[in-house]
Design a protein around this ligand. Structure first.
Ligand SMILES: C[S@@+](CC[C@H](N)C(=O)[O-])C[C@H]1O[C@@H](n2cnc3c(N)ncnc32)[C@H](O)[C@@H]1O
Length: 209
């Protein structure tokens, strides 16, 4: 995977990484970012991050988190949030976490407090009211994601394999949305569910032009 050393005269500019230019770039990045310094890529992504956040409860070191984070990178979400244990299983993220903003919340209350104070300044599109938590889980009383109008600025919250969203998070969510299923399994893989939910946001709000 990747490209070898730069061919021809070396380009000049702050975003180029001298080591990658001379040694080649085998990172998991889009071609337009080849040979760019990591910090330059993050700065470029920062100029057009989407106002959707992703939060995962991490009480049991769920190995699916890496997959959630990788998808969050692909859709350029504002930040990913880990609730509970700070250490999360990075396998599956394929180093994509380095290009994003990670926020750790030791407790659900910390996430709730953060969301209440987040968003733009008062008077802006998502300002002054905080950002709502949108729970994603198939639970009694949940509504179908397929027909729900997602807020532009929001935090999509995912549970972990086994228990799903904790009671505490459920109580703090503006709404709980399920991905409608048609088979016999109780649920789908948490990483797959996160990808579907993020893409639902993309279909409603992203600039596809
Ligand atoms: C194994 S599932 C949780 C358990 C599920 N609530 C149950 O009754 O067995 C783990 C996580 O994957 C996500 N998930 C899986 N299937 C889902 C679905 N059909 N709709 C929404 N979220 C789902 C949710 O975030 C959930 O917390």
């Amino acid at each position: 995977m990747g490209v070898g050393p730069w061919v021809g005269d070396l380009p000049s500019g702050d975003h180029w990484d001298p080591e990658l230019l001379t040694g080649g770039d085998r990172r998991n990045v889009e071609d337009r970012y080849r040979y760019w310094r990591l910090e330059a890529i993050v700065a470029d992504l920062d100029t057009r991050r989407h106002p959707v956040h992703v939060a995962v409860e991490n009480w049991g070191h769920d190995f699916n988190i890496g997959s959630v984070i990788r998808t969050a990178n692909a859709f350029n979400v504002a930040a990913f949030h880990i609730v509970g244990r700070r250490r999360w299983n990075r396998r599956g993220a394929m180093v994509t976490d380095r290009y994003q903003h990670e926020v750790h919340h030791p407790t659900v209350a910390d996430l709730v407090a953060w969301a209440a104070g987040a968003g733009g300044a008062e008077g802006t599109e998502d300002g002054g009211r905080g950002i709502p938590l949108i729970g994603i889980d198939n639970l009694p009383g949940s509504r179908p994601l397929e027909t729900h109008e997602l807020p532009r600025a929001c935090v999509l919250v995912f549970g972990q394999e086994g228990p799903g969203l904790t009671e505490e998070v459920r109580a703090s969510c503006e709404v709980i949305l399920h991905i409608t299923q048609f088979g016999s399994t109780r649920s789908i893989n948490a990483g797959a569910a996160a990808a579907i939910a993020m893409h639902a946001w993309v279909r409603q709000h992203a600039d596809l032009g």
